[in-house]
Design a binder for this molecule. Structure first.
Ligand code: ADP
Ligand code: MG
Ligand code: ZN
Length: 493
């Protein structure tokens, strides 16, 4: 897993003394066409208040109707992170006042959530770790307040209710994370699983993946957790890591100077690079949760649960293990190539076209991904299709063209969409350097380097590479390397 930043500025002595404890609450927007309790569209970016109806506006006398697809999406997520989906769960009202919450309560789940008791595996610097998942529940999103002119005197606030009633799952982790790196790895791992399962488009900019971080510190070796602070407004992976580092340092400083941490909610302030206190932490009883009387409990039959489980794709972790064992690529290769399902499928299609796994992994990670990246294209829009790359890898691997020529051919394939064979034929790039031409070049190299010949004869096998390199150079990198090897060895012995 990639590291997000340099180590924090915190002194190693203090880090040796205190242990951070972190738990994440992740809200993910479920990929449904319509809202969770009405038929309004969930499309992002529509004009404000164009996707609303009496139900999601919370008008009196309306009744919510549960969207089955939202339950199914939440079940997919829950099963993919190893949770138990309960046969019976129910909705609850979470009461609070806010201008973007027209009903005055949010329909959520409380004492009987959809799913509990899962885990997911993260990897940080080669170390694997299981992180517990406390629960996954269903809830509706609130609207959005748009502040105009803030913080000046002409400020106005508008409310857009389009997002009201968008289906969400909240996924709560156990306080099992110990470093900002682990928190980062947890969020990226979870995000990848949600993408693979098609549960969400997990777009942090559009708010379809949101994360709140809970953090505390304790003396190393202590059993009890310290007082936690919740940090909100973390709308990028980088902010999560930065906010955690900031909070950990803040906690250590307070405790070292004899102070106490107050339980509160803080906001990440990106402009100032710090967290600001928002409010003292509300308690569950402040919300006056009670069972939602307008909705029936959710009943999930074991048969439905099984069906959803069977419909899950191979998940990224399992795919990585299989790629390493079946295709003999490195764990690092496998991590890159399973970055998305589309990339993994591409890789397997190239191999199916006859190319060896390791060579394919190399070609994809160097030439293909670099060029896609440079041209801002997704793998699905690659001008070089998997079978075409497969052909090229086979040409190079069998010595029909050299690696250097292969790279040129690949560039032309990417430009023109033509096949490797077409380009090789049209440009005369095949390894057509005749054996007698290679032999002539080899004789010249040997003649010019009597010292190295003597070294080779006295058993220095290392200089053999020198001769091959020189002959390749003399034939402009277009000779078949195997032929060069054979000829040089014959002439030297
Ligand atoms: P609350 O009722 O305040 O929301 P929860 O018990 O629901 O608290 O936990 C919310 C999140 O905080 C969970 O992800 C949990 O893992 C994490 N958490 C709980 N206690 C601590 C702690 N002492 N330090 C850090 N994180 C914690
Ligand atoms: Mg909570
Ligand atoms: Zn509606």
């Amino acid at each position: 897993m990639t590291k997000f930043a340099a180590e924090s500025a915190m002194s190693p002595e203090l880090l040796a003394k205190y242990e951070p404890v972190i738990g994440l609450e992740v809200h993910v927007q479920l990929l449904t066409k319509t809202k969770i309790f009405c038929g309004c569209s969930t499309r992002f970016g529509d004009p404000p208040n164009s996707n609303v109806c009496p139900v999601c506006l919370g008008l009196p006398g309306t009744l919510p109707v549960l969207n089955k697809r939202a339950v199914e999406m939440a079940m997919r997520a829950a099963l993919a992170i190893n949770c138990t989906v309960h046969e019976h769960s129910r909705f609850a009202r979470k009461n609070y006042f806010y201008p973007d919450l027209p009903k005055g309560y949010q329909i959520s789940q409380y004492e009987l959530p959809l799913a509990t008791g899962g885990w997911l595996e993260i990897e940080v610097q080669g170390e694997k770790k299981r992180v517990g998942i406390t629960r996954l529940h269903l809830e509706e999103d609130a609207g959005k307040s748009l502040h105009d002119g803030f913080p000046h005197s002409d400020e106005k606030t508008y409310v857009d209710f389009n997002r009201c009633g968008t289906p969400l799952s909240e996924i709560v982790s156990e306080p099992d994370l110990r470093t900002p790196d682990e928190a980062y790895a947890y969020l990226t791992t979870l995000r990848q699983i949600l993408l693979y399962t098609g549960v969400s488009d997990v777009n942090m900019e559009e708010g379809s993946l949101r994360c709140d971080a809970n953090v505390s510190i304790r003396r190393r070796g202590a059993e009890e957790f310290g007082t936690k602070v919740e940090v909100k407004n973390l709308n990028s992976f980088r902010y999560l890591a930065k906010a955690l580092e900031y909070e950990i340092e803040r906690h250590v400083a307070i405790i070292e100077s004899g102070g106490r941490i107050s339980q509160e909610t803080r906001l990440w302030n990106q402009a100032a690079n710090r967290t600001d206190s928002m409010r003292s932490k509300e308690k569950a009883h402040d919300y006056r949760y009670f069972p939602e009387p307008d909705l029936l409990p959710i009943h999930v039959s074991p048969a439905w649960s099984d069906e959803v489980l069977r419909s899950l794709p191979e998940l990224p972790g399992a795919k990585r293990v299989r790629f390493v064992s079946v295709y003999a690529i490195t764990p690092y290769d496998a991590e890159v190539l399973t970055g998305s399902e589309e990339l993994a499928d591409y890789f397997e299609s190239v191999v199916k076209a006859g190319a060896p796994g390791k060579a394919t992994a190399n070609w994809m990670q160097t030439e293909l991904l670099r060029r896609l990246n440079d041209s801002g294209k997704e793998i699905t829009a690659s001008p070089v299709k998997p079978t075409a790359l497969g052909e090229l890898v086979v040409l190079v691997d069998s010595g029909k063209i050299t690696g250097a020529v292969g790279k040129k051919v690949f560039a032309a394939m990417f430009e023109t969409g033509h096949s490797a064979a077409e380009i090789v034929a049209a440009e005369g790039l095949g390894t057509q350097v005749a054996d007698d031409v290679i032999e002539k070049a080899a004789r010249e190299v040997i003649e010019k380097n009597p010292d190295n010949v003597a070294k080779f004869k006295s058993g220095n096998e290392g200089v053999f590479k020198f001769f091959v390199g020189q002959v390749m150079k003399a034939t402009k990198g277009q000779a078949n390397p195997q032929a060069v090897n054979d000829i040089v060895r014959r002439l030297l012995s």
